[in-house]
Design a protein around this ligand. Structure first.
Ligand SMILES: [Zn+2]
Length: 498
């Protein structure tokens, strides 16, 4: 098996061979949700992207520690250094305890992730549970001289840091430009420079989430938690840090600055970023009226949706694009994905109906490749920076072979049939994480059962009208299909004998 996994490292702006820091082990950190609202596509995309990485690294035999944090404090409205905390704002609005808000939306996030078949991470630390670690980190940064206190708040000194290191190393932004263009905003007079960012904020009287610290009763800055918690659970240096592209600046740039300022070196070896999601070609936003959350997709309850989409359709659709490309959601595109996925699942279910040939495969004479070759090529694709759309195109090729064998356009020997099954089992189910959703099955079973009930009601009506021809026809044809029909006092009962 080829295990030369190459991943695109945002820090180096190129694909690099993945080599773990410690043989056999991988430390993976991904920025998780700020839990103050229902999970949406912007949550699903990084979760699904890094789920593929998590699954593949485990498949390769690594012992993976996957940490995905829960932001439950410090994330202020507009991602700024001033203003209300996103969670406290929601808590006031809903008249709940902040932790009640956190738990409520965290439960909903977990439920949505489970529906999308996203594996739970190894550790899911909360920012509010790591205030001590964050205070300790601020002390370390201050001791190195890269932070200053002003009226109970502590700020990171970007200009001083940049004199010794490189602020902008990840995002490619130029600090000179930023110093000239970053506007002085109201309420930011405490900062020496507008580009400095908060490590600790003194809480104003109305701010409800607050902790004691050496500087003031207050709360940590948003960027701090990831640096503190990744260090606690993965060490001063670890393998992979992931997140959405929108987090590159300022969040991840600030994370790098914090770890370099405190320890003298960068903690992360590979930075990976997934691209964004658009809806009908537009950025998703509450003010644009195109903000559709995952539950609305699953139930089809948003005016922009013409139907409900199963979680597996959403997952499969996202994987049909490379994680570094944007994904544009539209009804047409989702319906095409839904059809495509059911074509693959139908093909998989039909494998057992192929009669093995005693002679050799006839597909070799064709232009189609064998399942063994498709497996090799799919490993090449997934090793090439998790190229899932290419893997999916090979799965469609395999479905074509299966359908040709069923219609006797080609013949397959037992080994080839077994390889086809192995290909689907490994790539579609284990690595891409698609499951043949029993809920979908239940829904279609319900419709199917209802159709039989309708037929038997027509038969009952026919009997009452002494229309024996119709009544017998329905009974005989259903019996021939394997249905057992019993007339009862109430009407009828049926079951399907297979
Ligand atoms: Zn983060």
């Amino acid at each position: 098996m080829n295990s030369q996994l190459f991943i695109y490292n945002t820090l180096k702006r190129k694909k690099e061979l993945f080599e773990p820091l410690n043989p056999g082990r991988v430390g993976l950190y991904v920025c998780g949700p700020t839990v103050y609202g229902d999970p949406h596509l912007g949550h699903a995309r990084p979760a699904v992207t890094f789920d593929i990485l998590f699954r593949y690294l485990k498949y390769l035999g690594y012992k993976v520690r996957y940490v995905r944090n829960i932001t439950d404090v410090g994330h202020l409205v507009n991602d700024a250094d001033e203003g209300e905390d996103k969670i406290a704002k929601k808590a006031k609005l809903e008249q709940m305890e902040p932790m009640e808000v956190v738990q409520f939306y965290l439960n909903r996030y977990h439920k949505a992730m489970e529906a999308l078949n996203v594996l739970p991470p190894s550790i899911e630390p909360h920012a509010s549970g790591h205030i001590i670690e964050q205070i300790q980190l601020i002390k370390e940064i201050m001791a190195k001289g890269f932070a200053y206190e002003n009226q109970g708040s502590v700020y990171f000194d970007v200009e001083k840091y940049n004199g010794q290191y490189n602020y902008g190393i990840l995002s490619g932004r130029n600090i000179e430009d930023m110093l000239n263009t970053t506007r002085e905003l109201e309420g930011q007079e405490e900062k020496r420079k507008a580009i400095d960012f908060a490590l600790w904020k003194r809480a104003s009287p109305e701010h409800i989430m607050r902790w004691p610290s050496p500087w003031s009763i207050g709360f940590p800055g948003w960027h701090l938690e990831c640096t503190a918690m990744s260090k606690k659970y993965l060490g001063e240096s670890f393998d992979i840090h992931g997140g959405g592209m929108d987090l590159v600046f300022p969040h991840h740039e600030c994370e790098i600055a914090q770890s370099v300022a405190s320890t003298g070196r960068e903690a992360v070896r590979y930075w990976m970023h997934n691209n964004m999601v658009t809806i009908n070609g537009q950025k998703m936003g509450k003010s644009l009226g195109n903000f559709i959350n995952l539950t609305e997709f699953f139930n089809g309850t948003h005016s922009l949706l013409t139907q409900a989409y199963a979680p597996m359709t959403i997952r499969f659709f996202m994987l049909q694009a490379h994680y570094r490309s944007t994904v544009d959601f539209s009804n047409e595109a989702l319906q095409a994905s839904e059809k495509g996925l059911s074509r693959l699942l139908d093909a998989y279910k039909s494998i057992e109906r192929i009669t093995p040939s005693k002679e050799e495969n006839t597909l070799k004479n064709d232009s189609i490749t064998s399942a063994g070759e498709l497996i090799v090529k799919s490993f090449e694709a997934i090793n090439d920076d998790l190229n899932t759309p290419i893997v999916i195109s090979y799965l469609f090729e395999a479905a074509k072979i299966i359908n040709s064998a069923l219609t006797e356009q080609c013949s397959l020997i037992t080994e080839e049939i077994r390889d086809l099954k192995r290909f689907f089992d490994l790539f579609l189910f284990e690595l891409l994480g698609i499951k043949d959703d029993p809920k979908d099955g239940e829904a279609s079973y319900k419709s199917f059962a209802k159709a039989i009930d309708i037929l038997l009601e027509i038969r009952l009506q026919a009997k009452q009208n002494k229309d024996w021809a119709t009544s017998d026809k329905i009974r005989n044809e259903l019996t021939a299909l394997g249905f057992e029909i019993k007339d009862t006092k109430e009407g009828f009962e049926w079951k399907l004998n297979r």
